[in-house]
Write a protein that binds this ligand. Structure first.
Ligand SMILES: [Zn+2]
Ligand SMILES: [Zn+2]
Length: 319
């Protein structure tokens, strides 16, 4: 990665559905030597380790909202990242930034895991400051992180009348930018903050027409953006590349989910520009242009390469 590039890796592109190919929502954004994580869904730590990124190397975790699929990975990130084996290594407090509610969430997690923290300090002699948590809470649009040219702006989105707060993020670094919609239905704030972005990562939901009469399907669809609507967002923001994540493929016992081709076809009703359907471990490098790499393909060919290289370099073994 060239200095000045912004790099985004989708760690999880799924939803609450517990499947191995799409882990819970989480995205890693790297700029210079800084690493930010956006949401910590199920399996985020597994994906970091697959990339050879020690879990403790994350400079800050930023949360979009408090649906559990976006937060269940937090204790894992926090506590596994504290272990001093190659896959952990954090010695400083974990920084977490989120809309109102993050302070309460983290206070309760600290309470829940107090015995583990106490035991590991006493037994493994881990540094107590590595288990500490620094929380920044916000309640309006604005800059929530700024360091060495890397800036993150939070903006409110609309995930439904009672699912509040819910935010998206715009990340800027040396004239490069990525916008993450968070969970939202069609929302003008995404268009406002997405304007001119190099990469726009948007959530999406799709169900076959025969399912749309079901009340529970209607309720879920009302919390999310259809492919037709997401296309309209892309058409109005004109990113260098649009990418889907958080793929809500709705199905029932009798009606199968729509396909990726269906998703693309519906998007094409309103948008004809560059588009990627996100996959776990899909990486975007934002330089003069935006390039796409599918790291899971490389990892499948040489499954241990990235993590093993790190392990050998660190010279430590997991406990
Ligand atoms: Zn979600
Ligand atoms: Zn949600």
């Amino acid at each position: 990665m060239d200095t000045g590039d912004l790099r985004v890796t989708l760690l999880g592109t799924g939803t609450p559905i517990p499947v191995p190919d799409r882990f819970g929502p989480s995205a890693l954004v790297e700029a210079g030597d800084q690493k930010l994580l956006f949401d910590a869904g199920r399996g985020a730590t597994i994906r970091l380790n697959q990339l050879g990124v020690p879990i403790g190397r994350i400079d800050a975790l930023l949360l979009t909202h408090y649906h559990s699929d976006h937060t269940v990975g937090i204790p894992d990130l926090w506590l596994t990242g504290w272990l001093q084996s190659y896959f952990g290594t954090r010695r400083a407090p974990l920084r977490i930034i989120g809309p109102e509610g993050v302070r309460t969430l983290m206070a309760h997690l600290e309470q829940a895991y107090a015995p583990d923290v106490r035991i590991r300090i006493e037994d493994e002699k881990l540094a107590p400051e590595g288990a500490a948590i620094n929380v920044d809470e916000f309640n309006a649009d604005g800059v929530v992180y700024e360091k060495s040219g890397l800036k993150v702006i939070a903006f409110e989105v609309d995930h439904g009348a009672v699912i509040k707060p819910a935010y998206g993020y715009r990340v800027e670094y040396r004239n490069r930018s990525v916008v993450i919609s968070g969970d939202t239905r069609f929302n003008h704030n995404v268009i406002k903050y997405g304007a001119g972005a190099d990469l726009l990562i948007h959530e999406v939901a799709i169900a076959r027409p025969e399912l749309l009469s079901e009340p529970y399907i209607q309720r879920i669809m009302a919390h999310h953006t259809t492919a037709n609507e997401a296309g309209a967002v892309f058409a109005r923001t004109r990113p260098k590349l649009a990418a889907y994540t958080h793929l809500v493929f709705l199905a029932s016992e009798t009606v199968p989910p729509a396909s990726v081709d269906d998703l693309i076809a519906e998007t094409r009703q309103t948008y004809d520009g560059p588009l990627e359907v996100g996959e776990d471990l899909m990486r975007f490098t934002i330089g003069e242009s935006v390039s796409v790499h599918r790291l899971h393909v490389a990892l499948r060919k040489a499954p241990t390469s990235l993590a093993m290289r790190r392990r050998t370099a660190a010279g430590t073994q997991p406990k």
